[in-house]
Design a protein around this ligand. Structure first.
Ligand SMILES: [Zn+2]
Length: 154
């Protein structure tokens, strides 16, 4: 697992600040000495424990909004006032919003968009935030069970 990263100014991107992730300090230092003119160990940082904990939580998530047998929105095209899981018309007082990744995975509200971005940049997840989507009470309960409260955005 990638655990460290180097902050540097990327020559190939007009010296914009950039980050590169590595499997450990030895690999990072070797890359730094080889590829950066002014490499110093200060440029190396550990991925925060909080971020790695978030990764574990995400890996434990199994509910996917696109797991409906007929596909996204129950196979219906229309977005909007429908449950993203089953496609049935679902008013706001019979639904909640949930944070969904591009893969369709529903993630707990405790994980920020910034953390998702960090994990994605580090190549620790092959996923990104897609925003918040509406799911009806019944479907949410079916997908998330007793853990539903951990996932409620609003
Ligand atoms: Zn539904």
């Amino acid at each position: 697992m990638k655990t460290v990263f180097i902050n540097f100014l990327n020559k190939e991107k007009n010296f914009q600040p950039d980050k590169k992730y590595f499997f450990g300090p030895a690999e990072a230092a070797e890359w730094g000495r080889k590829n950066l003119e002014h490499y110093s160990p200060d440029m190396m940082h550990w991925i925060p424990v909080k971020t790695l904990q978030a990764l574990k939580i995400i890996q434990g998530c199994t509910a996917n909004i696109w797991s409906h047998p007929k596909g996204p929105r129950g196979g219906k095209e229309e977005p909007g006032e429908v449950c993203e899981y089953c496609g049935k018309h679902t008013p706001d007082d019979k639904s909640n919003y949930f944070h969904i990744l591009t893969s369709g995975l529903i993630i707990p509200v405790s994980i920020s968009e910034e953390t998702i971005k960090e994990l994605s940049e580090a190549g620790l997840i092959n996923d990104d935030s897609q925003g918040c989507f509406k799911i009806g009470y019944t479907c949410a309960k079916k997908l998330l069970g007793h853990r539903v409260k951990e996932f409620l955005v609003y």
